[in-house]
Design a protein around this ligand. Structure first.
Ligand code: NI
Length: 226
C-alpha cells in the first residue's frame, strides 16, 4: 500500500523548516548508503547526529504519532530517527531497495524497514525533476508532493529519485518498523479501521460496531510482533 499523509506540517511550518535546513552544512549522501546503493546515490545529506537533524527528527516523529492516518496505516512499533537529504544541480539517486535493517548509531537498537517515508519540504514549483519513482505491485508511480506532505510506502519497493534539474529539493526520509510485518495484513487492517470509522460517523448499529472493533483488535493481537 502506498498512501499520502497530508499536512504533517502546514505550508508555513514546512517553509520555516526548509529555510533552516537550507542554511546548514551538508555531507555526501553516500555515508548512509549500502554497497549497491552507494553506486547509485548522488545527493547531500545531514549528518545523523547533527543537532538540527535531531531536533527536526523528533518534531516529525511527534507530529506523526498524533496523525491518525499515519497511526492507522503504519501501526508503528519503532520509527528510525528521520534523516534529511538535498538534491540540486542534476543530482539523483538510481533504482535501489533500502537496507532491510538499520542500526541506530550509538545503540544496540535495530529497526526493520517495513515502511519507507519521504516528507517533502520544498514546494514542487520551486524545482524541476526530483520525482520519487516507486515501483510497486500495481505499477510505477511518480511522487512529488506539496511541502509538508509525506508519502508512505512498503520498504520492499524498488525506488529512485529523478535528477533535480532546477532549484533545490530538500526532504526528510526515514523508516518505520510496524507491529504488522506483512504489507497485505497491514492493508487489511487499515481498510477495516477506515470502514469502522465510517460506521461510527454514520451512526450504524452499535453492537455491530463493537463486534467489528473487537475483531480489528483481535486481528492485531493475532498478527502483531511486539
Ligand atoms: Ni531509498
Amino acid at each position: 500500500m502506498l498512501i499520502t499523509i497530508p499536512e504533517v506540517f502546514t505550508p508555513e511550518e514546512a517553509e520555516s523548516i526548509r529555510q533552516r535546513l537550507d542554511a546548514t552544512e551538508w555531507l555526501d549522501g553516500k555515508v548512509t548508503a549500502g554497497y549497491q546503493s552507494a553506486k547509485a546515490k548522488n545527493n547531500l545529506q545531514l549528518a545523523e547526529n547533527h543537532p538540527l537533524a535531531i531536533e527536526l527528527g523528533d518534531l516529525i516523529v511527534s507530529r506523526l504519532t498524533q496523525h491518525p492516518l499515519f497511526m492507522s496505516a503504519a501501526l508503528p512499533r519503532k520509527v528510525f530517527p528521520p534523516l534529511f537529504n538535498r538534491y540540486e544541480s542534476g543530482q539523483s539517486f538510481g533504482f535501489h531497495i533500502d537496507n532491510a535493517v538499520r542500526s541506530l548509531s550509538g545503540s544496540r537498537e535495530r529497526v526493520r524497514t517495513d515502511l519507507s517515508s519521504t516528507l517533502f519540504f520544498t514546494p514542487p514549483e520551486d524545482y524541476d525533476g526530483g520525482e520519487l519513482i516507486i515501483r510497486d505491485t500495481y505499477g510505477t508511480q511518480a511522487i512529488k508532493l506539496p511541502a509538508g506532505h509525506m508519502v508512505l510506502y512498503p520498504g520492499t519497493s524498488l525506488h529512485k529519485v529523478m535528477p533535480v534539474t532546477r532549484g533545490v529539493r530538500i526532504s526528510s526520509f526515514f523508516w518505520t518498523q510496524s507491529l504488522i510485518r506483512e504489507d497485505s495484513q497491514r492493508t487489511l487492517l487499515f481498510d477495516m479501521d477506515n470502514a469502522i470509522q465510517r460506521l461510527y460517523q454514520t451512526g450504524a448499529d452499535e453492537e455491530a460496531i463493537i463486534q467489528l472493533t473487537g475483531t480489528y483488535h483481535n486481528l492485531i493481537r493475532h498478527w502483531s510482533e511486539v
